[in-house]
Ligand binder design. Structure first.
Ligand code: AMP
Length: 417
């Protein structure tokens, strides 16, 4: 659509915001920006289902900043709700970046840190609050912030807020916001509870769907490495040894698993940082900062901790554990290939993972090639030999996993025995 090629200058943003965009180094709007910016500027409520890495933050931040214009006393006029502290911090940074040529003030509010600075900033008066729901409610109850001046509301990563049990808090916050306001909601999926929230909280929203909602970032090359469960760690270490990466995120299913993987990688002399929700806020910030500035080359993370994080230039994602929710696969591999950079995503798969892999493949509507690491000392090479000729990089149709001495190997055809 012609609209996609509209330059930033023609979208109706104010000059100081355009200057901010230029300073951020953006030349052209991404498709979601080209669609969402004029809609938000015209006062429409918007539901965005673009995947992560599409530039959705600027899609809502730029028009909101333009509409806010300049600083006003009397409480926040824009409220952005985020599911995690890291996301909140990241979105706050974007708002500050884009508004650097205005006098608008942005405050971030999240738990796990002291109240002092947040109290001071809120009392001093702020235009934009970027917050996680729990801590924001604390502030509202203590009277440090009021929602009665809110004109713009953004519910970012709404499906993740639902997963994390935040919807009741979100409703309590929205109850305190004026009914006459503009709302935007971003969500990779729209389960029934989010549908209800949309009906309750939004007014005649326009839905923007960019690309196929379930398509992983096109710039990412993704493959699966099947292996027996006893060799998972060896394969991970070998992948890290062989692959020329600049920075890699290793995803684990549990916090405990992430800690264990980190210890193993440290022992193998990798510079490793860990990100999961049992770490203190300070530890998480240090991990992210060290990873961003290159001190750590490997970041071991769980899904919740890494959701939506804008970590630039990740060359590789390794799924040490197959994600149990297909959407998490998209989110994980979306860490690479952000804003058009290229990346690789490797998934280590053991026999028990087969059902999850199939549901991921159904979800993204494509088969992920199975590949073998050359010269790796596989315990169960039958896995590949039994695949159809020419299918060393893929199982034909159904795969059955056969239990062999405490592990499994895969063979084409029927069920696990
Ligand atoms: P997001 O989807 O908002 O997390 O953005 C993903 C990445 O794309 C971030 O690093 C942004 O700084 C970057 N980005 C957003 N909009 C643009 C644009 N129009 N041109 C280039 N990069 C962008």
């Amino acid at each position: 659509m012609l609209l996609y090629y509209m330059p930033f200058g023609k979208l109706g943003l104010t000059q100081p915001v355009l200057d901010g965009v230029k300073a951020a180094g953006y030349t052209d709007p991404t498709p979601i920006q080209a669609r969402a910016i004029p809609l938000v500027l015209s006062g429409r409520d918007v539901i965005g289902s673009a995947q992560t890495g599409t530039g959705k933050t600027a899609a809502f931040a730029l028009p909101i900043l333009s509409k806010l214009g300049s600083h006003k006393d009397g409480g926040p006029r824009a409220l952005i709700l985020e599911p995690t502290r890291e996301l909140a911090a990241q979105v706050e940074t974007s708002f500050r970046d884009y508004s650097r040529f205005t006098d608008l003030k942005t405050t971030v509010v999240f738990g796990g840190v002291g109240y002092g600075r947040q109290n001071d900033e809120l009392k001093a008066g702020t235009d934009i609050v970027v917050a996680t729901p729990g801590r924001l409610l604390d502030h509202m109850e203590q009277g440090t912030v009021r929602m009665d001046k809110v004109e713009f509301l953004v519910l970012d990563e709404a499906d993740r807020m639902l997963d994390m049990g935040f919807l009741p808090d979100v409703r309590r916050i929205l109850d305190q916001c004026p009914r006459k306001r503009h709302s935007a909601l971003f969500s990779a999926t729209v389960p029934p509870q989010i549908e209800t929230l949309i009906q309750w909280a939004m007014h005649d929203p326009e839905t923007i769907e960019i690309g196929a909602r379930r398509t992983p970032a096109e710039t990412v090359k993704h493959v699966i490495y099947p292996v027996s469960d006893t060799q998972k760690t060896d394969l991970l270490l070998e992948l890290l040894n062989r692959v020329k990466y600049d920075s890699v995120i290793v995803f684990c299913r549990t916090k405990h698993g992430a800690d264990r993987a980190a210890v193993t990688l440290k022992r193998a002399n990798h510079a490793v940082a860990v990100l999961h929700s049992n770490r203190t806020q300070k530890e998480r910030e240090q991990a992210l900062e060290g990873f961003r500035d290159g001190r750590y080359e490997v970041l071991v993370a769980t899904d919740i901790a890494a959701r939506g994080l804008d970590i630039a230039d990740v060359s590789h994602v390794i799924n040490y554990d197959v994600p149990q929710h297909p959407e998490d696969y998209i989110h994980r591999i979306g860490r690479t290939g952000r804003a058009e950079a290229k990346g690789d995503a490797f998934t280590i798969m053991i026999a028990e993972d087969a059902p999850h892999v199939y549901s991921i493949e159904r979800f993204i509507n494509q088969k992920i090639p199975r590949v073998k690491l050359e010269n790796f000392d596989y315990r169960y090479t039958a896995l590949f030999e039994e695949a159809k000729p020419g299918a060393a990089a893929g199982f034909p149709g159904k795969v059955r996993a056969v239990r062999v001495r405490g592990g499994y190997h895969f063979a084409p055809g029927g069920r696990r025995r």
